[in-house]
Ligand binder design. Structure first.
Ligand code: DGL
Length: 274
């Protein structure tokens, strides 16, 4: 573990702009760090794809991050964590951190009844990663999982507020709350962009867990002392259309002000377009 803060950036990945919820948490906690946020918007959404396909895409980003000399990689995407965390950890020279395990640990701490609800993409739901990870740590837990892909699409279009969003959040949470979940894991990094709506809908029926926050809090344990200077910065990369990416990013988090750099897939590898 380095004694002096390491100036190399922290890489962060999502299929789109959901991972900004994790970046925001990290930025709020450690604004002296340099972050490199990369979105595979050309392949968004990941949640409707097979895990094998998601794994293949993420491994392209792993190579990209390594080529950028990052000191750690956060997979700020539950679907990509489910698909690629273990293989990425096996191949990476720097720590790779997923959002699922930290979310699970936080949920187990928060739940009093052991009835835990999980909302996620279809792919994360099908992979059953949350129920398995919860039960591995506490066999008595009742894990109630449900997919909610419509919210992912809304967030990616910059829609995080208003009656339509509230209606969808009510619909997605209804059965979990009816089954008395006392803790609700937002198991897709897009969902915390709507956390205020979840808070309104769930009210005092359940505690909301944002795995991104639990993940960001782990960074000092994994990396040692972090930078406390005031020159932290964010670099933004996308495989999508940079203007559109920035437009949505600004709606979701006004701090994102820098024009994204465009990445292009070429024979399975990422190339930066200048
Ligand atoms: N934000 C991602 C997640 O946490 C995936 C959304 C998608 O691309 O479907 O799973």
């Amino acid at each position: 573990m380095p004694i002096n803060p390491d100036p190399r950036p922290i890489g962060m990945f999502d299929s789109g702009e959901g991972g900004l919820t994790v970046l925001k948490r990290a930025w709020d906690l450690y604004p002296g760090e340099h972050y490199l946020y990369a979105a595979d918007s050309v392949h968004f959404p990941y949640g409707t794809r097979s895990l094998a396909e998601v794994r293949k895409f993420f491994m392209g980003f792993l190579d990209f991050f390594i080529s950028q000399h990052v000191k750690a990689i956060i997979i700020a995407c539950n679907t990509a964590t489910a698909a690629a965390l273990e293989i990425a950890q096996a191949h990476s020279p720097v720590p790779v951190i997923g959002v699922i395990q930290p979310g699970v640990a936080q949920a187990l701490k928060s739940s009093k009844t052991g009835v835990i609800g999980i909302l996620s993409t279809e792919a994360t739901y099908r992979a059953e990663v949350y129920p398995r990870a919860l039960k591995a740590l506490n066999a008595n837990v009742q894990a109630l999982a449900a997919p909610c892909p419509v919210l992912v699409t809304m967030v990616e279009a910059g829609q995080t507020d208003g009656p339509q969003v509230e209606k969808r959040v009510r619909h997605c949470t209804r059965s979990l709350l009816a089954q008395h979940a006392d803790t609700l894991i937002l198991g897709c990094t897009h969902f915390p962009h709507m956390e205020h709506i979840f808070a309104k809908v769930v009210a005092d029926q359940a505690v909301i867990v944002d795995p991104g926050l639990a993940t960001a809090r782990l960074l000092p344990t994994i990396l040692g002392p972090l930078n406390t200077t005031d020159d932290g910065a964010i670099r933004f990369y996308t495989t999508g259309e940079p203007k559109q990416a920035l437009h949505i990013a600004r709606i979701l988090w006004p701090k994102m002000s820098e024009q994204p750099r465009q990445l292009h897939w070429h024979q399975g590898q990422l190339v930066e377009l200048s």
